[in-house]
Design a protein around this ligand. Structure first.
Ligand SMILES: [Cu+2]
Length: 133
């Protein structure tokens, strides 16, 4: 009886560990596939700050963070957040992350970073995805 509990516990732990690994894996993906729009997020801000896209087509973005992990402001992390779309990608120092925005309606989608010095109050740490029909 006790053995069944232990076996059950080990199986449950393995399932949880597997789920955690699967959840973390996409965050660690390094190089961006060709064709993605590259956006650099550094202490100097976003570059570029204006992304143009066509409505109804997926927009593939690669957010590149060239900053050092030894940065005193937030440890060099940056964020790519679009509140209107529920997008919140955190990019560790010296890493990159893929973000795909699928079939957007025409409009202006503001993005910002709020995890580094200045955060979203800094005019450089924000930008716009402009989608036209
Ligand atoms: Cu930032």
């Amino acid at each position: 009886m006790r053995l069944r509990w232990i076996v059950g516990g080990v199986v449950a732990l393995a399932v949880v560990a597997g789920a955690v690994i699967l959840a973390i894996l996409p965050l660690r993906q390094a190089p961006s596939a060709s064709g993605a729009i590259e956006i650099t997020a550094s202490m100097a801000g976003f570059e570029p700050q204006l992304i143009r896209a066509k409505a109804g087509e997926p927009v593939r973005l690669t957010i590149i963070n060239p900053d050092s992990p030894y940065h005193t402001d937030g440890g060099g992390w940056h964020q790519f957040r679009i509140e209107a779309l529920g997008v919140d990608a955190r990019v560790p120092p010296r890493a990159r992350r893929e973000v795909t925005l699928s079939s957007l309606a025409p409009g202006r989608y503001e993005f910002y970073c709020d995890v580094c010095c200045g955060g979203k109050d800094s005019p450089a740490m924000r930008g716009v995805v402009e989608v036209r029909g």
